[in-house]
Every structure is written in C-alpha cells, then in structure tokens.
Design a protein around this ligand. Structure first.
Ligand SMILES: *[C@@H]1O[C@H](CO)[C@@H](O)[C@H](O)[C@H]1NC(C)=O
Ligand SMILES: *[C@@H]1O[C@H](CO)[C@@H](O)[C@H](O)[C@H]1NC(C)=O
Ligand SMILES: *[C@@H]1O[C@H](CO)[C@@H](O)[C@H](O)[C@H]1NC(C)=O
Ligand SMILES: *[C@@H]1O[C@H](CO)[C@@H](O)[C@H](O)[C@H]1NC(C)=O
Ligand SMILES: *[C@@H]1O[C@H](CO)[C@@H](O)[C@H](O)[C@H]1NC(C)=O
Length: 450
C-alpha cells in the first residue's frame, strides 16, 4: 500500500488578508525550509497492480516541483509544505501501477475557513478536480480530513500539481484510494476465447458482468491463440478468483512448451466472486499467431481473462529460455499409465522407465525440475541421458505432499545441456508417487560461466 502524504502549510498573506495574519505569516516563515524536490517522474512504478481499497501515498519529502512555498515541521509529525498563497503551487510524482477511479481525501487546516485549489496534470494541464470550501478548523495546525470526491487517474507516471486558487488554507495530506480499476490492456483473451480440452472447465457468469472459466483443476486443458499487433516484450496479467488458496499455472506455447509466464502461488480471494489481477510474467512475443495454453499446475481457481500490455520492442533474451514438458508427452515408456482425468503419470513401480526429449534452444547450464506428488513421501528415481548414460541426478526420497495432485518440484540445479534434442530417461527405483511435468530453465549460458 502506498499512501499520499503531502503537507502544505499555507498562511494567507494576499492583499485581502488581515494585518494580524500577515504578522503571523512572517513569523512562521522565518523558520521555513527551502524544499529539496525529487525529480518528477522518478518514482518507480510497481509491477504489482493495485487492488480496490489500496491507498496511494506520497510523502511530503517527495514533492517534485513547487512555486512560492516552504517546508516546516507539522504538528502531526513529518514536514509540512507551507506558505502557499493564491497563485502558488506544489507538485508530486504519482507512480501508478493501475489506472482507475480513486477516492480522494484531503487533510487541511484553516484558521479563517478560506482555501481552494485545483488538481491538474502538470504535463498535459488536464484538470482532474476543482475543490473549494476548505473547512474552518480554528487554527493553522488543527487538521481535518475532507472527502474531495472521485478522480480518474491513468497508469504510469503523472505529475500532479495542486494550484492554490485562494490563500488562507494549509494542506497536510492527500490519499487516493482505488475504488475501481480501469481495464487498460492492449490485448485481452476472454474466457469465451479459450478452447477447453477437458470437460471439467465450464463457462459461468462472473460477478463482474462477464463470463469466467469456472473451477479450473490440474489436468484441465485451456488453449488460446495470441495474435499480437507488434513484436516486443509484453506483461501478461490474469484476473482470477482463488478462495481455496491453491492455484498455480504457467502460460506456455503448445508446440514448444516454452513458458511465457508462471505463477506458483496465486493470491487468495475471499470468495469465488471476488477477483484479483495478478502479473503472471513478462515475455517476448513475435507479431505472429501463437498457439498457447494455460498449463494448470494446481487447481482450483477461476479465470476471467488474460490481459497483455506492450512494454517495449526489446528482443527476447535468456530470461525466456524456460520450457515445460508434460509427463504425458513421453517419447517412450515401459509400464506407466497416464491418468486420463488429471493428465499426470501414476501407478509407478520399480523398474518402470519413461523417456522424454528436451528441445534445448541454446547450450548452457540448466535447472531441471520434476513436479511430483507423493502423499506418503514414497518414491525414488534417477534421471539419466539414455545415449551417453550420464546420470543427471538421483532422488533417493521425495517430499511428502498434501495429496496425489499437490505438485511440488524436485530439482537438479546444475545440468549442462547442449543445443538440440536431448533425450532424458526417468528410471523409477521405488513407486508410490505421481509425476506431472518436467520444467527446464537456463540458469546461465556458457559465456557467463567463464
Ligand atoms: C523558530 O525557531 C526558533 C529557534 O529554534 C524558535 O525559538 C521559534 O519558536 C521558532 N518559531 C516558530 C514559529 O516555530
Ligand atoms: C470516499 O472516502 C470517504 C472518506 O473515507 C467516504 O466517506 C466515501 O464514502 C468514499 N467514497 C467512495 C465512492 O468510496
Ligand atoms: C491517509 O491514510 C493514512 C493511513 O490510513 C491516514 O493516517 C491519513 O490520515 C489519511 N489522510 C487523508 C487525507 O485521508
Ligand atoms: C488456434 O489456431 C489454430 C490454428 O493455428 C486453430 O486450429 C485453433 O482452433 C485455434 N484455437 C482457438 C482457441 O482459437
Ligand atoms: C556444476 O557442475 C559442474 C560440472 O558439471 C561443476 O564444475 C560446477 O562446480 C557445478 N556448479 C555447481 C554450482 O554445483
């Protein structure tokens, strides 16, 4: 939670101000401090979207531009921005990860009951709000919070300027609480745009007036196509509800298994009808049609839509070198069965083996991950290259999982793989576990190793 705290002490000294107040003002102004503004537009924009109810805060020290005012310590702690007369102004850097409608509250003081301002975009001069009628608080340091109403703000960096339209009021803080997030995605994939390869997922009415994919469980197949207008790096968001605190999924390419985003712990929502937006990942996409999939690692959650936002036209890099191979996509096996409902491999016995082909796009050191479930903690296996007989890793025991379908990964952190098709073989030495998916991700390329 961010929250905007700006502190402005203004003592009216315009031509109409009474003599006593001018003396007051000169007296206070002796101890005023000249502000040291931060650079407007320099605050980082969080990658975490705001949720309804979140409050945006900027401290008075983060004032980024001003005219005519000074700082001073306030009676409620921190620093005030003061001496703002009619025509004076103060600006703040607003860095929003979410565009939306915000409820603005403002904490002010006025010994005389004067004071008015407008809130504008310093860059575009767009007027967000005109406010008059600052309450009479019987003192320059007696503060009162007032409801300033709703203001629509865009995502990204905005320099918000408070123009004082009338002398005789002090401003201590302003809060902007998100009331409604605006949907501002460059590209969206809605529930109805998915091919559902598994009977388990149905379309249902969502509390937000659209359709959603209802109760997604591991093994469900959710296919979609992405045709992006422009090649480049994109952020991928998902709108989900997850009251059971168990969801996790990856966004993968259907043919190559490339992982474009993965979220291992979805935030919990209070019910199936409460929705939250999560950042699933950042990835490079070419401007062509991609056959994509939501690969469900762990159910059950609901999904309303995916939203993609263009970041820049940077090309792909090694961060994108992350792939999944579902257990059921083996090239050869002895003695194993695919569970038709959940898409995993089960009924594993000693002596069983399963072979896969990893399509390695660039040589390097990889982390190999095997997603397994073992409610009794049973099972052991080793991973070898069937051509070279190199042993990549051995798992003598497996972690205990909550159920047969609560997947956890066991990892081999340091496997050297050469570009091309690399065969790997899982040799089961003890049964009693389920196996769901292999992930392999470039840890470092050879150049970085040297
Ligand atoms: C200004 O600072 C001086 C010295 O610290 C102090 O004595 C005086 O009370 C201050 N005036 C106000 C109005 O705070
Ligand atoms: C805005 O906040 C004020 C003060 O907390 C509250 O009284 C008002 O109901 C809120 N308005 C909206 C639309 O949430
Ligand atoms: C802003 O929120 C903070 C934290 O809840 C609160 O202390 C402060 O009084 C609020 N200010 C305004 C102007 O609402
Ligand atoms: C995606 O495109 C393929 C052709 O490349 C098509 O067969 C498939 O039906 C499309 N799927 C969806 C969900 O539109
Ligand atoms: C990774 O393996 C190589 C040999 O295959 C070894 O030289 C290196 O020390 C290992 N690094 C780590 C972090 O285990």
């Amino acid at each position: 939670m961010l929250s905007l705290l700006l502190v402005v002490v203004v003592l009216g000294t315009n031509a109409n101000a009474i003599q006593a107040q001018t003396q007051d003002d000169d007296f206070w102004r002796q101890n005023g401090t000249v502000p040291e503004p931060i650079e407007c537009g320099s605050l980082p924009i969080s990658t975490t979207p705001l949720n309804v109810g979140d409050t945006v805060t900027i401290t008075s020290a983060e004032l980024c531009d001003y005219y005519g005012i000074l700082l001073e310590p306030s009676s409620e702690g921190g620093f005030d921005v003061g001496w703002m007369q009619q025509g004076h102004w103060v600006s703040f850097d607003m860095a929003l990860s979410t565009a939306g409608l915000f409820n603005m509250t403002i904490r002010t003081a006025s010994k005389t009951g004067e004071g008015a301002f407008d809130l504008v975009n310093q860059g575009t001069s767009e007027v967000y709000k005109v406010f008059s009628g600052v309450a009479n608080t019987q003192g320059w340091q007696n503060w009162e919070t007032m409801d300033a109403g709703l203001v629509a703000l865009r995502k990204g960096s905005t320099t918000l300027r408070v123009n004082s339209l009338q002398s005789g009021w002090n401003l201590l803080s302003m809060n902007f609480t998100l009331v409604e997030a605006f949907v501002t995605y460059d590209y969206m994939v809605f529930a109805k745009n998915f091919d559902r390869g598994h009977v388990g997922v149905e379309l249902a009415e969502s509390s937000e007036g659209t359709l959603n994919l209802d109760y997604i469980f591991s093994g469900d197949e959710l296919f979609f196509n992405l045709t992006l207008p422009q090649s480049g790096k994109y952020e991928i968001y998902a709108r989900v509800s997850n009251p059971e605190d168990v969801g996790s999924f990856a966004i993968t390419h259907r043919q190559t298994g490339q992982v474009f985003g993965i979220i291992l712990t979805l935030p919990t929502t209070s019910s199936w009808e409460e929705w939250t937006t999560v950042l699933v990942g950042e990835a490079y996409f070419d401007a062509e049609t991609h056959n994509m999939e939501i690969f469900v690692l762990q159910g059950g959650f609901n999904l309303e839509f995916l939203g993609l936002n263009f970041i820049d036209s940077a090309t792909g890099d090694s961060e994108d070198n992350h792939y999944l191979v579902p257990a059921k996509d083996y090239t050869n096996t002895n003695g194993v069965e695919v569970d038709p409902n959940n898409g995993n491999i089960g009924s594993l016995d000693p002596g069983d083996w399963i072979e896969y082909t990893l399509n390695v796009v660039s040589s390097g050191i990889y982390i190999l991950q095997f997603y397994i479930a073992s409610p009794e903690g049973w099972g052991s296996f080793q991973v070898v290259n069937p051509q070279t007989q190199e042993v990549y890793g051995t798992f003598d025991s497996l972690p205990t999982t909550e159920s047969w379908f609560s997947w956890v990964s066991v990892d081999i952190p340091n496997v050297s793989l050469s570009q091309g098709r690399v065969p790997i073989k899982l040799e089961i030495t003890k049964g009693g576990f389920n196996f769901f998916v292999i992930a392999f991700e470039l840890a470092s390329d050879y150049a970085e190793e040297v």
